[in-house]
Design a binder for this molecule. Structure first.
Ligand SMILES: [Zn+2]
Length: 328
């Protein structure tokens, strides 16, 4: 099966963790390819999520000016088109791109303009999710929520997320931000059940009430949680190889995705970070087909579930659905 040719939906993808070597080199030509592989890409197994995240700094430090943000955004669209991703929700934390004087609103404007420019050049429908981070203060988190409200509904920003070091920081500092997001009717997702176990997922469900969770793969440790996810139709954005790198599973065969799927949880497959995790969605499908014996049926189901959970206007959802149904 040639997965590279099949249209794919990707819900979980970090802009600042997905720089190709060519864009890194275009921004800073002193960085060699060997250095990129050593410092920007994470090894097959890191100590844990925190260790993995030390690479993210490399990406966003090269994304501090309008020219750099534009290049990185267009670079990701080119990667997505080559991978036949027809719809992607791209996420980033605007507050991380202000080191050279841009305001967070200018950062978002710049990325939006690049998407606009890329829309006519690449055959990819892309939307944005703005992230707060676990280690942010209550004020920083709330500021990100305000920005999301400001840009939401204007064509590009479709949702809100919380990423970052899950084991080190809880959700308390972020409740105010999420309250604003919910009050404003903005769709959101939350990273949980990755570095920390089912307790962190229950916390997020109880305190924030998401319809979508980033990763959530450790829910398999708690059968009552799995039942709850099925019952409430909470979608999990699963990034298999990234989970091996953060040392949650020892191999794809041992990954919980297959069991979650079989038990009726709504799941989809994403790459997470195409730089830190050196994969494409096509290569993820290929590896999953080898590890799980998955074929077109399972990937069609995952893509339809992704579309059902996508933060996109219904009209575009229907068009994308048509495209996926025809191809599989
Ligand atoms: Zn992520």
């Amino acid at each position: 099966m040639n997965y590279a040719q099949l249209p794919k939906i990707e819900l979980h993808l970090h802009l600042d963790c997905s720089l190709s070597y060519s864009v890194v080199h275009a921004i800073d030509n002193t960085i060699t390819e060997a250095q990129y592989r050593q410092e920007f890409v994470a090894p097959p197994v890191c100590e844990d999520l925190r260790d993995y995240l030390t690479r993210a700094v490399k990406g966003f430090s090269l994304m501090q000016t309008p020219a750099q943000l534009r290049l990185v955004t267009l670079d990701l669209l080119a990667q997505l088109e080559a991978d036949r991703v027809i719809y992607a929700e791209i996420r980033f934390a605007p507050l991380l791109h202000t080191q050279q004087g841009l305001s967070p609103a200018q950062v978002i404007d710049t990325v939006q303009s690049a998407l606009q420019e890329g829309a006519s050049r690449y055959n990819v429908v892309a939307r944005l999710i703005l992230c707060t981070l676990r280690h942010f203060t209550e004020e920083q988190s709330f500021e990100t929520a305000l920005l999301t409200r400001q840009f939401f509904g204007k064509g590009w920003v479709v949702g809100f997320d919380m990423a970052g070091d899950e084991a080190g920081f809880g959700v308390l500092a972020h409740k105010k931000a999420f309250a604003l997001i919910k009050e404003s009717g903005i769709p959101f997702t939350v990273h949980a059940g990755e570095a920390a176990g089912p307790a962190s997922m229950w916390e997020v469900i109880r305190e924030l009430g998401p319809r979508r969770i980033g990763h959530g793969v450790r829910s398999i440790e708690d059968p009552s949680l799995v039942r709850y996810l099925v019952q409430e139709r909470i979608h999990l954005e699963v990034c298999p190889t990234s989970n091996l790198q953060t040392n949650i599973f020892s191999s794809l065969t041992a990954h919980s995705l297959r069991a979650l799927y079989q038990q009726g949880v709504s799941v989809s497959v994403s790459t997470d970070a195409r730089m830190i995790t050196p994969v494409t969605l096509s290569s993820e499908y290929h590896h999953l087909s080898e590890a799980f014996g998955w074929g077109q049926t399972e990937f069609l189901a995952c893509n339809l579930q992704a579309l059902e959970a996508a933060f996109i206007e219904d009209e575009i959802r229907a068009t994308l659905r048509q495209q996926v149904m025809m191809a599989y």
